[in-house]
Ligand binder design. Structure first.
Ligand code: CP
Length: 377
């Protein structure tokens, strides 16, 4: 393993399950280069000047959508936006017809978020431009997985990988571990992913990415949300959160996705009084879920001194995570958001580059075919 990136060959980024460890490292190395751009006074590079990126978001998003928009703008691309509300999807147009029509306007990359698993892959099959999965149902959210890994490495190093220190003396690592982490080799690290894993595309991308890079992943929660069958993805399954706390380098707390449990009721914080009728068939009550699986200030004291707290957002404050922990000194939740920008710049840059090379090859082939037809071979 070297820190020279393996050449990127993928027109699309649809999931981390289908990438090799070296592919994943290539995106992370590229993100490291782009993170430096965000520290400049002029936060823009001409890498995608003249290119057009289209956001196709058929499900709500704050972080992913804004961060892809900003990432494309920082690469000097033009950005257009389509959301389900106000689009012809509401008149019955299919997602592949929508994608083909947007591509026909000369778009170079489609960023796709959809509530259905497999939606981004469906789009990738019908268009020739780059496609990046921005979250499809319960399947994958690859750029979230990548930014989580990047943030974990940054926190262990106490600095942006390859960059200046964030806080003096904040790194707990030995020289050997530093050398491994600089190569995004996560051997020896343990990460707990806690909560609604059965509903979570973030969990699937994290499990794939972390284990491919050498980390151990422990999925924690009640069997209704964390079934034993998840072990087939290469992680360990544990119901007892208490027993895991002192073992891990990071806890990644996941939102309870009430909207995917067939209960439309909006959740409220566990300490809100009185508790209205709401919840999930996956556990008896929110209060009981909080008792066993919330990251409370008391539980956080049982984490190792150097362990970090992550959350992909949006958070159900007072349910899976307490305010004091979300906003406390171990939290890297806002660093995750910051690092998402560099990771998405990397994903766009790499995938559009491949798409452009494939388009050039296609053009060259049609010119050859045309000249053979016209002049004979
Ligand atoms: N983490 C994440 O995907 O957040 P958004 O839904 O706000 O994009």
């Amino acid at each position: 393993m070297t820190d020279t990136p393996t050449p990127w060959i993928h027109r699309c980024l649809l999931g981390l399950q289908e990438l090799s460890a070296e592919d994943i490292r290539t995106v992370l190395y590229t993100a490291r280069s782009f993170a430096e751009v965000s520290g400049r006074s002029v936060k823009k590079v001409p890498a995608l000047r003249g290119k057009v990126v289209a956001n196709l978001f058929f499900e709500d998003s704050t972080r992913t959508r804004l961060s892809f928009t900003l990432a494309a703008q920082r690469l000097s691309a033009d950005v257009i936006d389509l959301t389900e509300t106000g689009s012809s999807v509401n008149k019955g147009e299919t997602i592949d017809d929508t994608a083909l029509n947007v591509e026909a306007m000369g778009v170079d990359a489609l960023i796709v978020r959809h509530r259905a698993s497999g939606a981004a892959s469906l789009v990738a099959r019908v268009v020739d431009c780059a496609v990046i999965n921005a979250g499809d149902g319960r399947h994958e959210h690859p750029t979230q997985g990548l930014l989580d890994i990047y943030t974990l490495v940054e926190a262990r190093l106490g600095q942006a990988p390859g960059g200046p220190a964030l806080q003096a003396g904040s790194s707990p690592v030995s020289p050997a571990e530093r050398e491994r982490l600089e190569r995004f080799d996560l051997t020896g690290l343990k990460v707990a992913i806690v909560g609604d894993i059965v509903s979570s595309r973030v969990a699937r991308s994290n499990i794939a990415g972390l284990t491919k890079l050498g980390a151990e992943v422990i999925c924690v929660g009640p069997t209704t949300l964390v079934p034993r069958s998840l072990e087939s993805l290469g992680c360990r399954v544990e119901q007892d959160f208490e027993s895991v706390l002192s073992q891990v380098d990071a806890v990644n707390m996941l939102r309870i996705q009430f909207e995917r449990h067939g209960t439309a009721a909006k959740p409220a914080a566990a300490n809100a009084q009185p508790e209205p009728a709401r919840g999930s068939p996956a556990f008896p009550s929110i209060r009981e879920y909080v008792q066993s699986y919330a990251l409370t200030p008391e539980r956080a004291t049982r984490l190792r001194d150097d362990a970090i707290v992550m959350h992909p957002g949006p958070m159900n404050r007072g349910i899976e995570i307490a305010d004091e922990v979300a906003d406390g000194p171990r939290s890297v939740i806002l660093r995750q958001v910051t690092n998402g920008l560099a990771v998405r710049m990397a994903a766009l840059y790499l995938c559009v580059g491949v798409s452009e090379r494939q388009e050039a090859t296609r053009l060259a082939a049609s010119v050859r075919q045309l000249s053979n037809t016209t002049f004979g071979s």
